[in-house]
Design a protein around this ligand. Sequence first.
Ligand code: C5P
Length: 249
Amino acid sequence: MPLRETLPISSFSWEERIIVALDVASRTEALRLITLLPQAKFFKVGLRLFVAEGPEFVEEIIKRGKEVFLDLKLHDIPNTVGQTVEEIVNLGVRMMTLHVAGGRMMMKRAVEAVQNLNASKKKYPPLLLGVTVLTSLTPPDLQEIGVALELSQQVVRLARLAEECGLDGLICSPQEVGEVRRIVNPEMILITPGIRPSWSTKNDQRRVTTPREAFQKGADFIVVGRPIIASSRPHEAFSRIVEEIKDLT
Ligand code: C5P
């Protein structure tokens, strides 16, 4: 069964396509946000919160009826990644990330781990999402680590490799989502961070896009952190974003 069948994008409401980044340091702060955002379905747990509060907290979020996007960006030898993915599958998260730069064997082992454990245990196995080139890396950074291709070419190369290895989707910056959408299979799920509604501040994000533009360029989901979680009224900020996109088809 193709993994995509487990997550029918067309049946998702706009509220469900906004993933709220729980970029906070503690369970208390995270739960406060989850409570303040009853209309949100997906929450992203990154390394910081995961290290601070552990897998039990991920399970707690799921028990509260929410979906978790576990953003740990795995990158290790195939065996270690495969075994770690098995553990993540048991947690019941709906999406997780790994670095495409970990290579073909690593990605294949991750895909196998999901497929093997998919059978009876969990209703929905996690979608495996590839990270291509971190947006914090500049062209000189890439050269320094021995990547000769231009940044955008490297993104395209890794996106194709991820698709070939059977990943379900990719994390794409606003700059690359349009191009990636053109070159990969329409079934690949694209998730875009770096989102700033016109009414919010940019913070440290330099190249940003509005929620509307991101979906128009081909994103399936957007990840939004500070415009929602740092707002004095998170619920209102979330609703405002939904208002801006809900007439898109
Ligand atoms: O607060 P903000 O909306 O900028 O948060 C965006 C989230 O997406 C953060 O969790 C950040 O780590 C993540 N992210 C990003 N840019 C990338 C990849 C991930 O902002 N290129």
